[in-house]
Design a protein around this ligand. Structure first.
Ligand code: PMP
Length: 290
């Protein structure tokens, strides 16, 4: 992996057990995918947008990291060195040794790891739990901070106990927010809705879905969605870098018929765009590594 400007063997990439980020949860990170494109070359999907968000998250936690250019070069090299055709990239910015919540002067480290990725399931089941999504008055919910994932982790664990794959978290007002690691969309007839950006994590996949649908003359309405409305809709899907575009097969006791046209359209368009099929419409979204 790449660590602070150099490539090191995984076994040599170490941090202190007194890492400030380990104790207080302040590391920030990204999850990025790269794919073999239709033309046979390999490309990272929306790298610049992910790195911009990484920088914004780091700023939230008062950490300085490398420039977009340096991080881009590091990521491209890390993907090349991995020898993988497709996979997952995990950049992270974190603090090294130093305890005391507000300690100043603790070193900031940046790493980029590249991992293989196994294809996931073709659909997902969701359950609501007692776990409420982070309140925007309690933290900056738009930053991807490690500590925020305690909320995701506990919700997902409770959903698993209920027999579902993941949790659907509601916000403090009882409206739909997101799953533990992905944004959500509902479909009624031909109409598509997704929660507003206000209090959710602004997913790059969510943005991609809205853009590829717009390019196909379909509008996504961003607004508050109640749980009742979600239970009564015709179809639902999740969108995230890891999940890609994945139909929801069940929400609590509500089973959704597979193969809804709008969900299939989103899924197919997303599969095309990540593999370069819509390169003329979205020329900046692929960063080729070869
Ligand atoms: N919501 C949460 C809570 C997430 O962790 C993620 C994954 N980063 C998403 C939504 C989807 O974001 P993206 O599409 O950028 O992966």
């Amino acid at each position: 992996m790449w660590l602070d400007g150099k490539f090191v063997l995984d076994a040599e990439a170490k941090t202190s057990l007194l890492s400030h980020s380990l104790h207080y949860g302040g590391a920030v990170y990204e999850g990025i995918r790269f794919y073999k494109t239709e033309g046979g070359r390999h490309a990272i999907f929306r790298l610049k947008d992910h790195l911009k968000r990484l920088q914004a998250s780091a700023r939230t936690m008062s950490m300085e990291t490398y420039t977009i250019k340096a991080l881009t070069d590091a990521t491209i090299k890390a993907v090349r060195q991995s020898g993988l055709e497709e996979g997952y990239i995990r950049p992270m910015v974190f603090r090294g040794e130093g305890l005391g919540l507000m300690s100043l002067g603790i070193l900031v480290h940046t790493m980029v790891a590249v991992l293989p990725w196994n294809k996931g399931p073709d659909s997902i089941t969701l359950a609501t739990t007692g776990m409420v999504r982070l309140h925007p008055g309690s933290t900056n919910v738009k930053a991807k901070v490690a500590g925020h994932y305690v909320n995701s982790y506990l919700a997902a664990a409770q959903a698993r106990e209920k027999g579902a794959d993941d949790a659907l978290l509601l916000d403090w007002q009882g409206d739909l927010a997101e799953t533990s690691v992905a944004n959500v969309f509902i479909v009624r007839g031909e109409r598509i809705f997704t929660p507003r950006r206000d209090h959710i994590f602004p997913g790059i996949t969510r943005d991609t879905v809205i853009a590829i649908l717009a390019a196909n003359d379909r509008k996504v309405v961003e607004r508050h969605i109640s749980l009742d409305e979600a239970l009564q809709c015709d179809a639902m899907f999740v969108a995230g870098t890891a999940a890609e575009v994945l139909p929801v097969a069940r929400l609590n006791d509500r089973v959704f018929e597979p193969g809804h046209g709008v969900v299939t359209l989103c899924h197919n368009l997303y599969q095309r765009v990540i593999r370069g099929g819509l390169g003329k419409t979205f020329p900046d979204w692929l960063t080729f590594v070869d």
